[in-house]
Write a new protein. Structure first.
Length: 198
């Protein structure tokens, strides 16, 4: 399978450049379990984990295409706000892929922009970038390109709550899970793609 070999080669290159499994997983839009399997499959005889590779390069190479995706996300946000009777103050882009989407959404909806940087390790704390809007007392929507395991979005929700924010919605281009909410916050996506198994 040429595709797996190419992905494995990319994962190895990222590992050699100093990236950890979580960073490689985010860069390749795969789960950490899949990255571990790709990097160790010659060592351990394990079956591959169930996963779906998501790529949106065709949209990501031009700002106007990202804007089109963001317009769809904005429309979903407005629908959710109307149906669930809430108002928003701030759009929070989850670094790195949620930032361009959140920037366009913030502009489209006339809301403040904030950026959440996830921790690099499971023990670490995420941060809000100081050059953007603060979150204390704000009603927010969190934006990322994809929800894989839900761990990054879950951490973002919990940590923004700890910073005084009230997350009203999490939104993404692709949801690779069957989840419709994370940490009690509704989760919406343009596309839901999950593995069907018995």
């Amino acid at each position: 399978m040429k595709g797996i070999e190419e992905i494995t080669q990319k994962a190895l290159e990222f590992r050699q450049s100093g990236m950890n499994d979580k960073e490689i997983a985010r860069e390749l839009h795969l789960s950490e379990n899949t990255i571990v399997w790709l990097l160790t499959r010659g060592v351990e005889a394990k079956a591959p984990p169930l996963d779906v590779k998501i790529g949106w390069t065709s949209a990501g190479v031009y700002g106007h295409r990202i804007s089109y995706l963001s317009n769809i996300l904005s429309d979903i946000i407005m629908e959710e706000a109307e149906n669930n009777d809430f108002e928003l103050d701030t759009v929070v882009g989850v670094a790195i892929y949620g930032i361009p989407l959140a920037t366009h959404i913030s502009d489209e909806l006339g809301l403040e922009l904030s950026v959440y940087r996830p921790p690099l390790s499971k023990e670490g704390q995420g941060t809000i970038c100081s050059n953007f809007a603060g979150l204390d007392g704000k009603s927010i929507v969190l934006v990322d390109d994809m929800v894989g395991s839900g761990e990054t979005m879950s951490n973002a929700i919990k940590q923004t709550q700890n910073m005084g924010a009230s997350p009203k919605l999490a939104i993404t281009i692709v949801n690779k899970t069957e989840m419709r909410e994370i940490e009690g916050v509704p989760l919406r996506a343009i596309i839901r793609a999950w593995t069907i198994h018995s």
